[in-house]
Design a binder for this molecule. Structure first.
Ligand SMILES: Nc1ncnc2c1ncn2[C@@H]1O[C@H](COP(=O)(O)OP(=O)(O)OP(=O)(O)O)[C@@H](O)[C@H]1O
Length: 229
């Protein structure tokens, strides 16, 4: 593959649960090209979220290779991983993960402020306008609907123009119509910025919007319909 932004080889992850260590990712190989949209589907508990956690640097793999936008994540310490996340990755979670004590504007400005950007609030204002929330800048998450909260989360994920967006069930907590609108916004922003998108979903319609779909089964990635992971 030319110019892959995600390069994962023989990735292994085990986490310690109540009954001892569990092998969650068991030899994952994956390449995603710059600008590509990829969906990952598969049964509950197969390891999809865990893979996104490793790709975002929120979880450290036990073995294998994880290179994102040319950075070998396994060589980074906690500070390096935090810097990597701020610069290269935007994350959209099912349950929004906004800071409840901050307004929509402050939530979106946060990644820019961490990155030392001077006009963080101005850029956050623009990003919220782009998702149709210019009338909600000073609202706190608790004063927003689920769909509005997810639009704030989309603005926050895209505001620093990361190379990679990781989305975990971004419409999972929304009703059908609201989910459709959030999906349109997500793909609209992805297209506008040419961002690489890796999306975990149980929704076949959402998965079908991506250029490529693969499935996670029992900690391993497998092709869907003859496609190659
Ligand atoms: N912190 C943890 N400690 C121990 N086990 C964990 C931890 N986090 C996840 N697991 C286990 O890892 C497995 C994979 O979980 P993961 O959330 O990645 O699956 P998933 O495919 O995203 O599932 P779903 O579709 O239900 O969200 C599950 O069996 C889960 O119980």
């Amino acid at each position: 593959m030319i110019d892959p932004i995600v390069e994962v080889a023989d990735l292994q992850l085990s986490l310690v649960g109540g009954a001892g260590p569990v092998n969650i990712l068991r030899g994952v190989d994956l390449q995603v090209a710059a600008g590509e949209t990829l969906s990952i589907v598969g049964p509950s508990g197969a390891g999809k979220t865990s893979l996104l956690m490793v790709l975002s640097g929120l979880e450290q793999a036990d073995a294998g290779r994880v290179k994102i936008a040319g950075t070998d994540l396994r060589q980074l310490d906690e500070d390096g991983l935090a810097r990597f996340r701020r610069r290269q990755v935007g994350i959209v979670f099912q349950s929004f993960h906004l800071v409840p004590t901050m307004t929509a504007l402050e939530n979106v400005a946060l990644p820019l402020e961490f990155a030392g950007v001077d006009d963080a609030l101005q850029q956050a204002h623009q990003a919220l306008t782009a998702v149709g929330l210019e009338q909600r800048l000073q609202h706190f998450p608790g004063q927003l609907s689920g769909g509005e909260q997810q639009r704030v989360a989309l603005a926050r994920a895209f505001v620093a123009k990361p190379k990679l967006i990781l989305a975990d069930e971004p419409t999972g907590n929304l009703d059908g119509e609201t989910g459709e609108k959030v999906m349109e916004l997500l793909f609209g922003l992805q297209h506008e910025f040419g961002t690489t998108l890796v999306l975990v979903t149980h929704d076949p319609k959402l998965a079908g919007r991506c250029q490529r779909t693969i499935q996670m089964i029992d900690g391993c990635l497998q092709p869907v319909d003859g496609m190659v992971a």
